[in-house]
Write a protein that binds this ligand. Structure first.
Ligand code: UDP
Length: 540
């Protein structure tokens, strides 16, 4: 692909060069003191000398400026300064008797400079040597440095194949620390501030402002990707950058879909961009639930790319001893006789912590622990502040305990009497639900998305209407009053979770997807010339 672009660009440059070279001399000689054919020949040569001299200058400066950091800035700086030099030289020539500033030569210098830069870029891209190993070499991409559910899943996948994998992050943070602790080679390719602040709801203006930073990062990732067999985009933003980068580098791409692509989660522009990138660039889409797969297809995603692989979990042999859980409750200020509800996950409006707080007003003797923090957006930070104010309302004061983000969550699940998930929009998967089940706790979850696939109502947990505080309150009261029923569903849930979500089985499925993708033929990539089937309207 890159080679074809280079060949076409070269051809266009040559045609433009010839046209520019011949045009000013037609019937309008510059070196009048020479015989006509000599004068024309020199004019013609002058153009090509300029073109190649500036191509060499462009190439040399490109390499002299060092690594590929800030590609676009370097590109614009070079073109501007070399063109200025070119104009200066042409200006000086005009002081020679019989010579004038020649527009064609200025163009030749500019074209030569661009040609030199493109050759430098292509040489940097195509001279990267491929890594070799027992398994396919995978470059994982993730946009964030924070530890959300998608990152925790990637941590397990990358750690299991650390010898044959590297992770590229677009932001630094505790995720990098966790990866390095697991011996996974990690690089941070920083995405400029304006681009990393674009969220899932971003509109056109916001996206356009980020284009230079995105192009810059795409070129850096393309270069890095050349050393690997497969590129694996773990998040939406990493697909937008990793998709074109993988195509540019000629490497197959897997997209791990951890999100429900629909209104409420993504703006319509972002939905279109994601579907386009997945359809055009991905060889496989790993959806974390049937719900995420269905939403992807409903938005126009290609069904034949999809495979559903749920999240996997390490099943600990030992749980937290009771003296430790008692100490934890005390440290949070929970009275020893209080019925304790745990809600784990980042503080974000769609996660529905406010619904639990509202429900709690009608549940006596109950305390709630909110485990997690506002991780990603400014909106989440404002929401977290509102939750603190809501927690001070009459009837709730002293009963809500904010535990913040904790990397070791097991003691929190073990100290709880019940685990609540209350997302107001469909949850793509819902790791906290499985973690509650594995801890042997009764779980209440919102009846939508992946949560409704994990829990069988009244058998392995209770499902309630999303966003309904009244429904949640009655489910809580039912478990509080009927401890026998609570223990029965908790035990059934624990067995189901152990059988269904063991990390080893999930890792095997991911590895098989990686091997298939690494071995698959190039022609399986959808050619842009083949028209896409008309997508049905996006799910609301
Ligand atoms: N989590 C954590 N520390 C916290 C709160 C949550 O490690 O303080 C973990 C939680 O145990 C779960 C993940 O973050 O594994 C959240 O995943 P989930 O699928 O529930 O939500 P997501 O963040 O993917 O939307």
């Amino acid at each position: 692909m890159m080679k074809r672009i280079a060949r076409i660009s070269l051809l266009l440059l040559l045609v433009a060069g010839l046209w520019l070279a011949l045009k000013p001399t037609l019937g309008n000689r510059r070196l009048t003191f020479l015989p006509q054919h000599w004068s024309e020949y020199l004019d013609y040569m002058d153009f090509w000398l300029n073109l190649f001299a500036f191509a060499i200058l462009g190439l040399t400066v490109w390499f002299a400026l060092g690594s590929l950091q800030k590609v676009l800035q370097r590109l614009f700086l070079m073109i501007a300064s070399i063109t200025l030099l070119n104009l200066l030289l042409e200006g000086l020539q005009s002081s020679i008797p019989g010579r004038a500033m020649d527009q064609a030569d200025v163009w030749a210098g500019l074209l030569g400079c661009v040609l030199g830069i493109c050759s430098g870029l292509a040489m940097q891209l195509f001279t990267v040597r491929k890594k070799v190993g027992a398994s396919p070499q995978v470059l994982f991409l993730d946009q964030t440095g924070r530890l959300g559910g998608a990152e925790l899943m990637l941590l397990d996948i990358a750690a299991a194949r650390a010898a044959d994998s590297e992770v590229a992050l677009f932001q630094d943070g505790e995720f990098r620390t966790a990866l390095e602790k697991a011996q996974v080679k990690t690089h941070v390719f920083k995405l400029a501030e304006e681009a990393s602040s674009v969220d899932k709801q971003a509109g056109l203006r916001c996206v356009l402002r980020t284009v230079p930073a995105i192009v810059d990062l795409t070129l850096q990732i393309a270069r890095a990707a050349r050393a690997f067999d497969v590129v694996y985009a773990n998040t939406a933003k990493s697909l937008i950058i990793g998709g074109p980068a993988a195509r540019l580098a000629g490497r197959p791409l897997i997209f791990h879909l951890h999100d429900i692509i629909a209104d409420g989660h993504f703006s319509s522009l972002n939905q279109k961009a994601l579907i386009f990138c997945a359809n055009y660039c991905a060889r496989k889409v790993i959806a974390n639930s049937e719900a995420t797969k269905d939403a992807f297809i409903a938005c126009g995603g290609r069904a034949e790319l999809c495979v559903v692989v749920p999240n996997g979990f390490h099943i600990p042999e030992e749980r937290t001893p009771s003296p430790k859980t008692a100490a934890l409750r005390a440290s949070l200020g929970i009275p020893s006789a209080a019925w304790t509800i745990l809600m784990a996950g980042r503080l974000s409006h769609w996660k529905g912590q406010h619904v639990l707080l509202e429900a709690l007003k009608t549940v006596p003797n109950a305390h709630a622990v909110l485990l997690g923090d506002a991780l990603f957006t400014e909106e989440d930070r404002i929401y977290a502040q509102r939750l603190h104010s809501q927690a001070d309302e009459p009837g709730l004061a002293g009963r809500i305990h904010f535990a913040g983000f904790q990397s070791d969550t097991m003691p929190y699940f073990d100290m709880a009497d019940v685990v609540v998930h209350a997302s107001v929009f469909p949850e793509p998967f819902g790791r906290v639900i499985v973690e509650g089940m594995l801890a042997g706790k009764p779980v209440i979850a919102s009846r939508a998305g992946g949560a409704a696939e994990i829990i069988q109502h009244e058998h392995t947990g209770l499902l309630v209407d999303p966003g309904s505080a009244a429904d949640l309150a009655s489910a809580l009261l039912r478990l509080q009053r009927d401890s026998g029923f609570a223990s029965t569903i908790a035990l059934q849930a624990q067995h189901t979770a152990q059988d269904t979500y063991a990390i080893s089985a999930v890792q095997e499925k991911i590895e098989s997807a990686i091997r298939q993708t690494a071995g698959s033929k190039k022609s399986q990539l959808l050619s842009p010339a083949i028209p896409l089937p008309k997508p049905p309207p996006c799910a609301a």
